[in-house]
Ligand binder design. Structure first.
Ligand SMILES: Nc1nc2c(ncn2[C@@H]2O[C@H](COP(=O)(O)OP(=O)(O)OP(=O)(O)O)[C@@H](O)[C@H]2O)c(=O)[nH]1
Ligand SMILES: [Mg+2]
Length: 335
């Protein structure tokens, strides 16, 4: 179903280091997929219900649409935190039709809206994890968005697909950040490379990648400290970590994931902008979709910055992370 999320056995034969006698990994069962889909649906229920309440009335009767109808629809979509620019783009085909004096029915408008959102979300995404050994992935974002929790959830997903995982505790700033990552490591089953609190995060990255290379680890997940995207020094520190990674493993980091908290709304746009100016961003993970009626922010940021969404966070447990699928998302979002 998901094209970008690969299993370890998808790799070319010569790159697989495990003996051929290793048992084949189970495929995602239909039950598992159903479970993910249900979690996805449930996680988006607040956003969906909000849209249902407001759009329900608008969409109830399949009548002809006029300008006033589109204006009202525009407002509703903006309250779901799909930004103005994005909403304008979404409704463009419908507005054009009206301007040309062509009739437009509610049912057609709904279809067009779905298609436009799908188009925005269906960005080409390279395979995940990236095809490098080790594949180095940074988790980046402002304070408290869910970087560490998401890293652990991703580790759990990767392990389920046969990859060996090592985490780097590059948040040496916040008290207890290292312990938090270690606790996840014990729960999920991954090793953590760490130094003392206050150590240079670049040095921890160096040590972690050296260890990963020496041991032939498949994927390295780097937990970075939460930082305000507007703070110059902290952004410089992030740039340095990224440079260090590239020195140890050529081409690293292979994926810088910006972690966004869905509940923060439009501020996510400026986060994406400023983090993207500091380091190259490759993808997004949108967390806390379960706690917000504003899940539309995912559409906005993906569209404005052309960043594919890898996963969405749907709760605090390790299994509360769903690989992102545009179609499932639109189905779950629109009533
Ligand atoms: N409901 C919900 N809570 C989440 C989700 N993801 C993370 N959280 C919670 O958000 C809080 C912050 O998570 P962390 O993983 O510590 O966030 P962080 O970005 O690493 O924080 P800093 O390292 O301090 O910047 C924790 O209480 C998590 O349990 C999610 O998808 N849904
Ligand atoms: Mg953290």
């Amino acid at each position: 179903m998901l094209k970008w999320f690969r299993r370890k056995k998808d790799r070319p034969r010569e790159e697989v280091s495990s003996p051929p006698s290793e048992p084949e990994l189970p495929k995602t069962s239909p039950e598992e997929e159903k479970g993910l889909w249900q979690r996805f649906q449930a996680g988006l229920s607040k956003t969906r219900n909000r849209l249902k309440e407001t759009l329900g009335e608008l969409f109830e009767i399949d009548r002809l649409v006029d300008q006033a109808f589109l204006d009202e629809l525009e407002e509703v979509l903006i309250t779901a935190d799909i930004g103005i620019e994005t909403v304008t783009k979404l409704l463009e085909p419908s507005r054009r039709k009206l301007m040309l004096g062509e009739p437009l029915k509610v049912s057609e408008l709904k279809r067009s809206l779905r298609e436009e959102i799908l188009k925005m979300l269906s960005l080409e995404a390279p395979p995940f994890p990236p095809e490098a050994t080790p594949a180095v992935i940074f988790f980046i974002g402002v304070n408290g968005v869910g970087k560490t929790t998401t890293l652990a959830k991703v580790a759990w997903h990767l392990k389920g697909r046969g990859f060996s995982v090592l985490a780097v505790a590059a948040d040496t700033f916040r008290a207890a950040a290292i312990e938090q990552l270690e606790a996840w490591g014990e729960r999920v089953g991954f090793e953590v490379v760490k130094q003392a609190q206050g150590a240079d995060p670049g040095a921890v990255v160096y040590q972690g990648l050296e260890a990963a290379r020496a041991r032939g680890v498949d994927v390295v997940l780097v937990d970075t400290a939460g930082r305000l995207h507007t703070k110059y020094n902290l952004m410089e520190e992030l740039k340095k970590m990224v440079r260090v990674a590239g020195k140890v493993v050529p081409g690293a980091p292979h994926e810088n994931i910006l972690v966004l908290d869905a509940t923060t709304g439009q501020n996510a746009v400026s986060q994406a902008k400023l983090f993207g100016q500091a380091v190259k961003l490759h993808s997004l993970i949108v967390t806390k979709m379960d706690g917000t009626a504003k899940g539309g922010i995912a559409v906005t940021v993906a569209h404005l910055f052309k960043l594919p969404i890898r996963f969405v966070g749907l709760g605090e447990k390790m299994e509360d992370l769903a690989p992102f699928e545009p179609k499932a998302f639109v189905d779950a979002l629109l009533p």
